[in-house]
Design a protein around this ligand. Sequence first.
Ligand code: ZN
Length: 258
Amino acid sequence: MTQTSQGLFEAIRSIARFIRTSNKVIVLTGAGFSTPSGIPDFRSEGSGLWTRFLPMEVASLSIFRHNPEKFFDWLRPLASHMDNANPNIAHYALTRLEKAGFIQAIVTQNIDGLHTRAGSQNVYEVHGTFNTLTCTGCYHQYKSAEFLDDFINSGKIPHCNDCSRILKPDVILFEEQLPIRIWQKAEAASRECDLMIVAGTSLEVMPSAGLPVKAVDNKARLVIINNTPTYIDVRADIVLYENVADVIPVIADEVLKE
Ligand code: ZN
């Protein structure tokens, strides 16, 4: 979008004012929040992760169960990106805002754990996390880090140290239910907030994509910061077609400057 820097700064000041004057601020983040950290959007065409397989065909529970090699082959480049990634300035900006009491929760569709690594406390990972793995036999939970080098470098599929069964990353696959307790918290937070900031997501994956509707139906303000349009831009108070790393740190500075 063409936008004068004057117009952009005015919008940033307005968003900062919204944040300062709201009682309960929720941020909903997606793949665009982690692309500045070097993690490609695995759902988007051209990411390099999409071209070999359709995610729906490999990142599914049935493929994991019946053809785990194919599943882990698909996961390997993504795991490698996540292993190399660090939180970016937008992650840290949200952490600063949360610490200062201006953000009550972050709802994320990302599985990379970068919000938590940046120090954010109240994070609802509605699509699960790649940081841990769970045994499909005895349900023992492991840190992914323990298996990551072998998996990335020698292709070794992770197995349980106790019962030798295969380990499943704690990410929500296609055909799988969202983690119910986390999802209910995310839904409640969306209904109860008076400002929702959608950042770095095109809102294409249901049911997370429906959370902003719950917020605006309850008269919350809606701010959208994303590179590309979303279906709910028409109901937003402010829409910025910008990269999160370019504007969120500036917004945080503006909120925290006084
Ligand atoms: Zn086990």
